[in-house]
Design a protein around this ligand. Structure first.
Ligand code: DC
Length: 223
């Protein structure tokens, strides 16, 4: 039976994961956070001083990634270790943006992402889901917000944590990642021709979820 696939792409900090998670839970779909796959590869890569050694290990199948779901929450395992929390650091964010530009890394993850979507009804978020991974997705959303708004949301999330970065540091990191993600040669971040643009700069999480749910219902009713 054909599965239903929803793609959500957009820049770092646009709220893709919070929104996709909520929409997936309302629809009973599997939420796939593809950024976690790139982050886990970045964590694997920091173990190598040399890029060619890292790529050799990747091609020798020494980097085994597995997504598991516990009560709808995605966990990622790297060579059997649950690294779900370890991959959420600013260093890994930047490293993921770097390694994701490598053709070998994108190739390594492509089939894995496609096969999850073939087996399950999914809402999958990332940078190239609507353009490369699921070009035939039933619905494509491009979710964005201004860099300042994205930095300010991230700042509010982190401000009570020890060693929280400043707003300026977060904004600089966001701009650097946007620059990397949008300008790489392979599968850069861009809006697919048939994606619907949702700009959440002046919208709350709840409002964005409602708008996306309305788009999903309209789309699924038509089919
Ligand atoms: O969504 P995220 O911030 O967790 O993603 C981390 C990095 O991984 C992001 O800067 C770019 C890369 N990425 C990608 O190139 N393609 C995807 N489909 C998802 C993430």
């Amino acid at each position: 039976m054909k599965t239903v696939n929803i793609a959500i792409d957009g820049p770092a900090g646009a709220g893709k994961s919070s929104i996709a998670k909520e929409v997936a839970s309302q629809l009973g779909f599997v939420y796939v956070d593809t950024g976690a796959l790139y982050r886990a590869i970045a964590l694997f890569a920091v173990g190598y001083a040399d890029q060619s050694e890292f790529l050799k290990a990747l091609s020798n199948d020494e980097c085994e990634l597995e997504l598991k779901y516990f009560g709808g929450t995605q966990c990622i395992f790297l060579n059997g270790e649950n690294v779900t929390d370890k991959i959420r650091t600013p260093e890994i964010s930047m490293k993921a943006s770097e390694v994701s530009a490598l053709p070998q890394v994108r190739e390594f993850l492509l089939e894995q992402q496609k096969s999850i979507a073939k087996e399950h009804n999914v809402i999958m978020d990332g940078r190239d889901i609507g353009t490369v991974v699921l070009p035939d997705a039933d619905l494509k959303i491009f979710l964005t917000a201004s860099a300042e708004e994205r930095a300010s949301r991230r700042y509010l999330e982190l401000e009570d944590k020890p060693d929280a970065p400043s707003y300026e540091q977060i904004l600089e990191d966001i701009r650097r990642r946007d620059e990397n993600d949008m300008n790489r040669e392979i599968a850069p971040l861009k809006q697919a021709k048939d994606a619907i643009l949702v700009d959440s700069t002046t919208m709350g999480l709840h409002e964005v979820c409602e708008e996306i749910m309305a788009l999903v219902e309209e789309k699924l009713d038509r089919e």
